[in-house]
Write a protein that binds this ligand. Structure first.
Ligand code: FES
Length: 203
């Protein structure tokens, strides 16, 4: 058998996930978010309870049909967000989640995206239900490859899902396969997103 690639924290959160929604549980939620990554077939649901006076997350539950890394990542995320303001929770990144886990193999980092995506959807749902539409952040994407209509957000997602070279990015998004004029900008963004999500933390 090959060596266990995961930290003890990952293992613990995978084997004993926190805040999972149990079948029989009637969890009263204020916001609900569902997201799925069609590529790996994972799906995630996040339910949040809000302290409306303080604007903080009181409690949460989640459920996934995801892999071990998605389970461990969401379990740690569900502990991190309790007591956070909605704004703080909305801006958590996969990097914060990975930090909470100690580390995660690079090819598994995209699995940690599921939990925070579902969390953002749940927060947005809460704002919608509570007439706070002005707080909803629209993730406005910019088209980088005009020929294949590929946005900067899709490039960032491809990096999170494992793209490290222009060829890999091209295989995953089809960007740059027609006139090639987007190549320089796409290469620059590729480097920026790798730096943003995978650069080691400075002490
Ligand atoms: S702009 Fe990307 S291939 Fe033409």
């Amino acid at each position: 058998m090959t060596n266990w690639l995961y930290t003890d924290t990952v293992k613990d959160h995978f084997l004993n996930p926190k805040n999972i929604l149990k079948d029989e549980e009637n969890f009263q939620y204020d916001g609900k978010g569902i997201t799925g990554n069609v590529k790996c077939g994972d799906q995630m649901m996040m339910l949040i309870q809000i302290d409306k006076e303080k604007n903080i997350i009181k409690d949460c539950r989640w459920r996934t049909y995801g892999c071990a890394s998605a389970i461990a990542s969401t379990s740690v995320l569900s502990e991190m967000i309790k007591g956070m303001t909605l704004d703080e929770a909305y801006h958590l990144t996969p990097k914060d989640v990975v930090k909470g886990l100690g580390s995660l193999p690079a090819h598994k980092i995209h699995c940690s995206v599921l939990g925070d995506k579902a969390l953002r959807a749940a927060i947005t749902d809460y704002y919608r239900r509570n007439d706070q539409k002005e707080k909803i952040e629209t993730e406005d994407a910019r088209i980088i490859c005009q020929c294949m209509i590929v946005t900067d957000q899709e490039i960032e997602n491809a990096v999170l899902e494992g793209a490290r070279t222009f060829i890999e990015l091209q295989e995953m998004t089809k960007l740059g396969t027609v006139c090639g004029q987007c190549k320089d900008e796409a290469t620059q963004l590729l480097g920026e997103y790798i730096q943003k999500h995978f650069a080691p933390e400075k002490d």
